[in-house]
Ligand binder design. Sequence first.
Ligand code: MN
Length: 236
Amino acid sequence: MSETKSEKQATVIPLPAPVLLPINGLDARFPVRRVYCVGRNYADHAIEMGHDPSREPPFFFQKNPNNLLSGGADFPYPPLSADVHHEVELVIALKSGGADIPADKALDCIYGYAVGIDFTRRDLQGEAKKAGRPWEIGKAFEHSAPVSALIPAARLGHPDKGAIWLDVNGKRAQQGDLEQMIWKVPEVIAELSKLFTLAPGDIIMTGTPAGVGPVKRGDRIASGVDGVGLLELSVI
Ligand code: MN
């Protein structure tokens, strides 16, 4: 086979569009590689923060990069569910990675932060849990992960406290504080990197505080993390 090596490799179908997240104040975008999510990561309001000796190792699941919804786009209610829940979360975006990242080096991997919502088909997730099946049908559906524009850590620093909240139609539904996270951001990265080799472009949704609940078409959602950003959208 003698073919001239071209700049670009020919493909038999069109290349999938890269998933690019907007960055607050910059024209350049953040290209997404993988999307990881942390399971339950906020202690009950009654539990003292951060030093719960009975805490279990965190668990993880994934969404797909093209499940991300950015630019304030509205959230289309997904098919085959009658119980879609909001989960507001702090999102972290990695600029570097590796395996077995020590917690005291983990913050160096972070490009920036955003506010995200881990929309969940709770009814399908519940059935999957009951049957011991994977969670993807409850979690990794189209448009299931709206995110705000990223804020670079170079500008923001690394928030470890601050309100995280979500309103449905002007009424407060979720209210927590980043300092209630059972596994803090550096620990989340350290634990995840024991399981997977992390790399630039990976996104981690870090779990949600109490108050998750259902949404319906026509709902107006406003959510935020103090200092990080706001994420507003309608359910359509
Ligand atoms: Mn979640």
